[in-house]
Design a protein around this ligand. Structure first.
Ligand SMILES: Cc1cc2nc3c(=O)[nH]c(=O)nc-3n(C[C@H](O)[C@H](O)[C@H](O)COP(=O)(O)OP(=O)(O)OC[C@H]3O[C@@H](n4cnc5c(N)ncnc54)[C@H](O)[C@@H]3O)c2cc1C
Length: 529
């Protein structure tokens, strides 16, 4: 589908219609004729699935929310948690440009004002961490505002999975993508071509001058006078690449959008781009459910997670990317015996109607998890005693019983001596939604002794891979020798991340994707045609 007349020559081509739309809007708003090509039939990518929390330290929206914490306050936090895993110049650019980017976006009628909402930073002990966080969100938008563009926008993940009606009011990533699409179209300089997939980069005299693509099945060549921005997500849905770079991810476990197969990454590599951190992803636990991909799962309400030896190995309420990295570490150190991780809980979890309401699945929370259906499908196991449950899931019974008894002692004492569950602000975010445990002083620790007992399976899921093409602080793609590939830019999950191996807070992926696609647009606008 195309929303304006198109020809084959543009100032700027943006490959991918997720957070790259920010770069497309910024370039179209500067009078550059801009084309977005999108491989699938829908605009939005994983960004449309997201909650669209945007982790951006210091901006007008935060100040309106009463948070006054700019780049200087966030710098020590990022320095400490990223370390040497990503160039300092990238995070300096991120810190510098987040504020003017939000200022500019808010000038567009369709974007309106963003708002701050408290979500704790994910590394609560690092210097400069904020318990109220630095996450802002776009305002919701009525679906009807999209008019003729409405069918183009990718549905929320839960609606796509269940076929449910996505509702009249768009929130989170839906609202962000819809607002960006409307603003981009309103510039009069923007065209979107869906069902159009980059296959190769067009290079002349060492400079990228366009793309080769397939559009509705046929090959086309599209030229770009200023440059090409690769904003085509990660390679999370390409199992072959995952086997190569992330062998621990052994199944279709990702939450990423279906088009994200690493096409842009491969196209960049083909012309000599350097890469970094291809073994990384925005990891998350995934709860195995019947007959479909695992569900993005975090903030477990009760129970414990145990490895193949029947032992706990982490705080089960860690922020999801830290949690995923713990599972990965355990998988590596156990020689591949930690996935699936077993989530062992008792009848209390089942009796608490909202206890499966982990935030990302909240829209379906009270209805989606039918325990009987999950038991019938074999993804949940049930037994009258912990010993029997251990036998069913194949872990040593003595060890499982000991792990549960130990945890119960911690719960009664109100302190998880082993992993500190229930101490960090993030650990407590589901308490208002799912309720407190009352077995001891800590609302996050509940005794596990009310049979029958259950076990669910947790695998290593992700919200997208994050390793990719190396760039400089203007999003220009680099070769191995550090030289710039003229005319080529990358952002989002196609780009080697500014955040290195960590997830700083809610909105790290989309916030940084937006900033680096914005930076690419600024550079292309400043460049000679
Ligand atoms: C349920 C859920 C909730 C999340 N919540 C948040 C949140 O609140 N905040 C946050 O920061 N992150 C969140 N994330 C993570 C975040 O959504 C992604 O990491 C981020 O949106 C990726 O942005 P992107 O622009 O790099 O890629 P995408 O948004 O995935 O866009 C890439 C687009 O490129 C297209 N494409 C791929 N190949 C080609 C090709 N060859 N030619 C043309 N187009 C191509 C794809 O089809 C896709 O539409 C969440 C993820 C999930 C699954």
């Amino acid at each position: 589908m195309e929303n304006a007349a198109a020809d084959d020559s543009y100032d700027v081509i943006v490959v991918g219609s997720g957070a790259g739309l920010v770069g497309a809007l910024a370039s179209a708003a500067r009078g550059l004729k801009t084309l977005v090509i999108e491989k699938t039939e829908f605009v939005g990518g994983t960004t449309a699935y997201s909650g669209s929390g945007l982790w951006l330290p210091g901006n007008a929206a935060e100040r309106r929310g009463g948070v006054d914490s700019g780049p200087d306050a966030a710098r020590p936090y990022l320095d400490e948690i990223i370390g040497d895993d990503a160039p300092v110049a990238l995070r300096e650019a991120f810190l510098r440009v987040g504020e003017p980017m939000i200022d500019e976006l808010e000038t567009h009628e369709w974007l309106g004002e963003f708002f701050w909402q408290g979500v704790p930073d994910y590394f609560e002990k690092a210097t400069g961490a904020l318990a109220g966080g630095r996450t802002i969100f776009p305002q919701p938008l009525e679906r009807a505002a999209l008019g003729d563009l409405e069918p183009m926008v990718r549905r929320p993940q839960w609606a796509e999975r269940s076929g449910a009606d996505p509702g009249e009011t768009m929130t989170g990533g839906q609202a962000l993508i819809a607002r960006l699409l409307l603003a981009f179209t309103a510039t009069g300089n923007g065209t979107v071509r869906t069902n159009t997939a980059l296959t190769r980069l067009l290079v002349e005299d060492g400079q990228v001058v366009g793309v080769e693509a397939t559009s509705d099945g046929g090959p086309i060549t599209l030229r770009a006078r200023r440059g090409v921005l690769l904003a085509a997500g990660g390679y999370e849905r390409n199992l072959e690449l995952r086997q190569k770079y992330q062998p621990e991810v052994a199944g279709e476990w990702s939450q990423g959008a279906p088009g994200n197969m690493g096409d842009a990454l491969l196209a960049g590599m083909e012309i000599g781009a350097a890469t970094a951190l291809l073994d990384e992803a925005w990891f998350a636990p995934g709860l195995v459910v019947p007959n479909e991909r695992p569900v993005f799962y975090t903030s477990v309400w009760s129970g414990i997670w145990v490895n193949h030896a029947g032992e706990r190995f982490m705080n089960e309420r860690l922020p999801y990317d830290r949690s995923g990295h713990e599972i990965l570490k355990e998988q590596r150190s156990s020689g591949g015996a930690a996935i699936p991780t077993h989530w062992v809980f008792d009848q209390r979890q089942v009796d608490n109607e909202r206890a499966f309401a982990s935030p990302p699945v909240a829209p379906q929370s009270t209805t989606w998890l039918d325990v009987d259906k999950f038991l019938a499908a074999g993804v949940f196991k049930k037994a009258d005693t912990l010993e029997e449950l251990a036998e069913v899931i194949g872990v040593p019974a003595g060890a499982l019983v000991k792990s549960v008894e130990q945890f119960n002692e911690y719960a009664r004492a109100g302190k998880d001596e082993a992993f500190g569950r229930g101490e960090a602000p993030w650990d407590k975010i589901i308490v208002p939604m799912c309720g407190s445990h009352e077995d001891g002083a800590n609302p996050c620790l509940g005794v596990i002794d009310k049979g029958p007992f259950y076990a669910a399976q947790i695998v290593l899921s992700d919200l997208g891979t994050k390793g990719g093409l190396q760039t400089d602080e203007n999003s220009r793609v680099l070769r191995e020798d550090g030289s710039v590939i003229a005319g080529l830019y990358a952002s989002g999950n196609t780009m080697a991340p500014m955040t290195g191996r960590i997830y700083p807070g809610a909105g790290g992926p989309v916030g940084s994707s937006m900033v680096f696609s914005y930076l690419a647009a600024l550079d292309m606008a400043a460049a000679e045609a």
